[in-house]
Design a protein around this ligand. Structure first.
Ligand SMILES: Cc1ncc(COP(=O)(O)O)c(C=O)c1O
Length: 433
């Protein structure tokens, strides 16, 4: 499929066919595909200062202004911002800062990093090691030693017979506690977590999960790095996913909607507790030996500044809470009782629905049937670009400018695709009905 142009929440292929982008590209084009203010911000910055760097005590206004805007908007007090070009690099930078921090404190054995099974944090070496998806490890000699994974907080599949959501959350925290104790608390440095797991299946944690997890981390003096690469900037109905789930990060990474994806930029935010230690150590060494040529590049930084201004003007969190609650209602109303849909889940402007072969047993289709991919193809035929996820789940993470009318139109198109899939499944007798 060759995508030739975009307009609002839609993109058009090279034959002119229109598609509603139900995942904003890769969960990122938050202001849609034709925002002129962002194009102009890039053009104006190109004319003024097309490049400058942040090495050898240099800086420039777009980077400084954007850092200050992020600190002002941070969900918990943050001290400094380090910029890079992708979510993966933002997470790799966070891993390196955690290691540097513990070396500076003389805790040279406290280095292991915990991710979660089905978590996704990117594909560079540390980020892929943090990721808990087999295809990002298999044949890559990953994860690196010292990266360990705890259980997925997915109530629908993970809960035991008769277990309440609260008990399940407690069990997740107990498992984490056991893992840290088994590894040795003096060897565990940090845990990374997405507020909602995105690429792993849009997995919304059970109520009370993060406060319980965070209590375990605090007990063992393990830092929490919150990966807001998908959830940041309104997606969950608050400015940060951190706020939706009551999390208090020590470091926070973000990317994607930071610039509405118009240009690559990501950020690693660091609390004063961590920063002061990093600063002392780098003063001792003489430099903080980390940075990339395009850290805080002025053009993406200018686009990000304009993006954050637009979010303020439209009240991005309220907009997402409002349209997002309609999106969730519509998905539940239309698909909860559907014979092929096991679970509809989500918060705000992020959701998924999961295909099942046996609804009563919560049993997925045989992966060889590639049922999720079939649904994605049918959605495309009906004019929706959709994203298939593990366990035949289909994600919804549309541009945040979507209106309720757009939601209705998107759901109408998806319903037609699902009707067609249902006919195929019945004809081929693939589901238990
Ligand atoms: C939660 C999360 N973290 C990190 C990343 C990696 O970002 P990038 O692809 O920009 O490296 C992604 C990408 O989808 C993501 O969803």
């Amino acid at each position: 499929m060759i995508i030739s142009r975009g307009d609002g929440i839609r993109v058009y292929d090279d034959s002119g066919k229109d598609y509603i982008e139900s995942v904003a590209g890769l969960w990122c084009a938050s202001l849609g595909f034709s925002n002129e203010r962002l194009a102009k911000a890039a053009y104006d910055q190109m004319l003024k200062l097309p490049f400058y760097h942040s090495f050898t005590a240099k800086s420039h206004e777009p980077m400084i202004d954007l850092a200050e805007m992020l600190i002002e908007r941070a969900p918990v007090p943050m001290s400094k911002v380090f910029f890079s070009n992708s979510g993966s690099e933002a997470n790799d930078s966070a891993v390196k800062m955690v290691w540097y921090y513990n070396n500076a404190l003389g805790r040279t054995a406290k280095k292991k990093i915990i991710g979660r099974i089905k978590g996704y944090h990117g594909v560079t070496i540390a980020a892929a090691s943090l990721t808990g998806l087999p295809n990002n490890h298999r044949s890559f000699d990953l994860p690196l030693p010292g990266f360990i994974h705890t259980m997925t907080p997915h109530f629908y599949h993970g809960a035991m017979e008769g277990e309440s959501e609260d008990d399940f959350a407690t069990r997740c925290a107990d498992e984490l506690d056991k893992l840290i104790v088994a590894e040795g608390p003096d060897t565990v440095a940090a845990m990374f977590a997405e507020p909602i797991m995105g690429a792993g299946g849009v997995i919304v944690p059970p109520r009370g999960y993060f406060p319980k997890i965070q209590a375990v981390l605090k007990k063992h003096d393990v830092l929490l790095v919150v990966d807001e690469v998908i959830c940041g900037f309104g997606r969950t109905g608050n400015y940060w996913g951190t706020q939706t789930f009551g999390i208090e990060p020590d470091l926070l990474t973000c990317a994607k909607a930071l610039s509405s994806a118009y240009l690559p930029i990501s950020a690693t935010m660091v609390s004063e507790k961590v920063f002061s230690v990093l600063a002392d150590e780098s003063h001792k060494i003489g430099t903080f030996g980390h940075g990339v040529t395009y850290s805080g590049h002025p053009v993406p930084a200018a686009v990000a500044i304009e993006t954050l201004k637009i979010y303020d003007e439209i009240g991005i969190a309220e907009q997402c809470a409002n349209v997002g609650s309609f999106l969730q209602e519509e998905l539940h109303r239309r698909f909860d009782d559907h014979e092929l849909i096991g679970e509809v889940r989500g918060v705000g402007m992020i959701a998924a629905m999961e295909l099942v072969a046996d609804k009563a047993a919560r049993q997925n289709f045989d992966p060889a049937l590639k049922m999720g991919a079939r649904l994605v193809k049918l959605c495309e035929a009906h004019g929706v670009i959709a994203r298939g996820l593990p366990s035949d789940s289909m994600a919804f993470s549309p541009p945040l400018i979507m209106t309720k009318e757009d939601v209705t139109e998107m759901c109408d198109r998806v319903s037609l695709a699902l009707d067609e899939l249902t006919v195929q499944v019945r004809r081929e007798r693939l589901a238990v009905v």
